[in-house]
Design a protein around this ligand. Sequence first.
Ligand SMILES: [Zn+2]
Length: 418
Amino acid sequence: MTIIFNYTYRLYPENSQVELLNEWLETCRISYNYALRELKDWISSRKCPIDRCSLEFEYIMSADYPFPGYQQQQNNLPAAKKKFPFLASVPSQVLQTNIRRLHDAWDFFRSRGYGFPRFKKYGQMKSILFPQFRSNPLTDWQIKLPKLGRVQINLHRPIPEGFVIKQVRVIKKAKGWFAIISIQSDISVPNPVPSGHFIGVDVGLLSYCATSDGWREPGRKFFKTEHRRLKVLQHRLSKKKKRSANYSKARLKVEKQHNHIAFKRKDYQFKLAHKLCDMADSIFVEDIDWSIMAKGFLGKHTIDAGFGQFRQILKYVGWKRGKFIGEVDHKGSSQTCPNCRAEVRKDLSVRLHSCPECLYEIDRDIASAQELCNRAIETYRGTPEKQEIDERPRVGVRRKGTRSSWLSSRTVGELRSR
Ligand SMILES: [Zn+2]
């Protein structure tokens, strides 16, 4: 088994290097569009009826003309370089991976049925990939990239021992240049199994997350706090004449602000994920499809909170720290009493869960998290991983001093007899 990590670092290229990188991005964009044109022409030619010419699609390619696949388009590159010398200024592997990218998009379209690759407008190509390194390109504060030379890099996080650098993607953002370094190692690490202290985590807007232990993180609105400035910047942008120098300056400022919000959100989510991993050995979250939630009436806020991204980050952080992160069925988890498992229907506005059957009262989000934890215990019963849970005398979560202590007097055996 191999492990691949992608570490992101900030790059500080010199002015001449920035110029060169921008030139390469533009060249990549042109070759991408050229290759896409070839692909589209071939597809159009195949739409024509076999016995007559259509008015829309001219049958300009012979029937046995091969499909312009990745191999063919890549093999055409050397000839194209002779015809268009500006192509030769870009490292050849960068151009190849650029074509590869188009065909990845095409394959995606073929498998899913949507997302046909589009032509890229000026400035829309944002990244280039250096796919191969013979030796370690990094020194303490520089990275050596082909044809570009040494670029200053902020190695705020050292490359771990035993890892080799596989590829580097250089990305242009409004905030600056970044390098995503893919590192790989052959060491095998066992996947964490569900064991130890279990918690359920319920994420939401009012409290960003609530755990079954009764811990709550207040809701965050990353977008809203920064929204005022974004609004001002967007208003300024709207007053500028299109395609003017001032327009592009104002546009860059808006983009920077968006970058800022995204970075802030991600940083917060990583810290929160670590906090959760400190609290438990196995963490269970809902299996909600957040993209559907984002279409709902609180869509803007759901997108702003970035729950889907948070789940991804939690999984990664959990894996790195040897904690098991699982997903459990979310349906009706907020409408069920975690103590007696009766259905207690309530609107979103009702913030307190109070069960008429067993008089269990607790914050709604925490109740939902406790129900998720119940389900996690049930789901992982009978699997090999479950053995470890059975060995424990009691269910991990115990609440002290509350009126009815959730699950505290109940053993796994009792749960099983249900
Ligand atoms: Zn109840």
